[in-house]
Design a protein around this ligand. Sequence first.
Ligand code: HEC
Length: 284
Amino acid sequence: MYGSNDVDNRRIHLGVPSFYLSLRWRARALLRSSFLGVFLYSAISLSPIPANSVFADNQPNNDINLNTALVLADILRAARSEIASQQPAINNDLVGDKGLGGEVVQQNVIKRLQEAGKAEPLANPANDIEAKLIKAQLESIFEIIDENQPLINKKGIGFKGFVPAVFAQLTNERFGEKVGSIAEIKVTAPMELVRNRKARPDAWEREVIETRFMSADWVKGSLFSEEADGKNGAAFRVMVPEYYGQACLACHGGPKGEVDVTGYPKEGGMAGDLGGSISVTLYK
Ligand code: HEC
């Protein structure tokens, strides 16, 4: 059990050149345009800059803040994808030890980031705060997987409810326990879609979802960022919209109201619909 020390000691050698600081986020956004980010990030770099965006004020700091927020969102997404790809293994009722301990999952997440060309901040964080947040997030992933070993390895039950969204919620809560005074990561959704009460949007998130992401002229995939208060005071806040893909519809699709495999009523969503938003808050 040495997931956290791994990160502490920087024993992860990612072999990526240190060009982080020399590039502004838009250039990085282009570099990111592979893997899952293809649509999202190309949309960001091509789309008109939304009003009240990061460019409105305090630009240099907020360029860095935006990058940090996107790194945390990338790690979250890589972690969810890892749990999604492990669903068949996790839900295998015949096998006990799945070999999916905290360290294995953490390493797989790092590998996903490397393969997507997004691991460089892990080796070369932009600043001490980013380093601390990345470490806290990787530790949270490790711990939640580690603590859920009895469930994951339980023989005799197939579906265990340990789906990416549940894992993400737990990981984000753990992250909050570790570094909540300086940052928060949350997955939220439009009010009418929220399943877990803890995922309900706060006033600012709700406003962004309803007046930006849901407005007809919002360029799909564009994020929104702004200086705004979070629950611990003044912050730089970023919302990254998420849309349903085919794979999401088994639970969030139709027929609306029918109970899905996790026990929640389905939302009746369709591919391409706004399903929610990753919300990152970086306190000042
Ligand atoms: C196996 C069923 C299942 C699939 C597939 C699934 N989800 Fe979910 N989703 C859930 C459950 C269960 C929750 C509530 C998690 C919790 O209790 O914290 C949830 C929560 C969410 C939330 C957070 C807000 C809330 O309602 O609590 C968002 C956003 C979301 N899902 C989007 C997606 C997207 C996008 C996909 C496809 C990439 C997807 N989901 C695939 C079951 C699923």
